[in-house]
Design a protein around this ligand. Structure first.
Ligand code: FEO
Length: 172
């Protein structure tokens, strides 16, 4: 049985993962609208991943006899100046999610809820990977620049990540 404090934090995380999914879907639309189809595909797939993160939490709460409360999901930001700004936002957002997961894991540990603490280890590992992924994309975005050639190659590079392909060659 989940303690109320842990249940509330898990429910907050459900809603936050839902928000993450909407945020990345919105970013996918921005990329499509600006002709960056590789980035759009990557963001669309990542939105689905966030939905899976939400479902995993949803199922854990349900299996543990808790009641899921889907709250109001705030509208994501819709305007960005550049693809670089979007990738800066993704890294910042993932760092926020990491801090929330860490707070949740600490609360579970402090309350001796070792089942939840153990469940959260998957998210701890996942956040490590996600921060690394978005940091590496942002590094490439800065390296390739924002002229047309840079945009072309970053779109190929990120698009290849979406399909699990080898990264495209960098411009000479
Ligand atoms: Fe569910 Fe990208 O963190």
């Amino acid at each position: 049985m989940l303690k109320d404090t842990i249940l509330n934090l898990l429910n907050e995380q459900v809603n936050l993962e839902y928000y993450s999914s909407n945020l990345y879907l919105q970013m996918s639309s921005w990329f499509s609208y600006h002709g960056l189809d590789g980035c759009a595909q990557f963001m669309s797939e990542h939105a689905m991943e966030e939905r899976e993160h939400m479902t995993r939490l949803f199922n854990y709460i349900t299996e543990t006899g808790g009641y899921v409360k889907l709250g109001q999901i705030p509208a994501p930001k819709t305007e960005w100046e550049s693809h670089a700004e979007i990738f800066e936002d993704t890294l910042e957002h993932e760092c926020l999610i990491t801090s929330k997961i860490n707070n949740l894991a600490k609360a579970a540990f402090d309350q001796a809820d070792f089942s939840t603490f153990n469940f959260l280890q998957w998210y701890v590992g996942e956040q490590h990977e996600e921060e690394q992924l978005f940091r590496s994309i942002l590094d490439k975005v800065k390296l390739l620049g924002d002229d047309k050639k840079g945009l072309y190659f970053i779109d190929k590079e990120v698009g290849a990540l979406a399909k699990g392909e080898a990264p495209a060659a960098e411009p000479q």
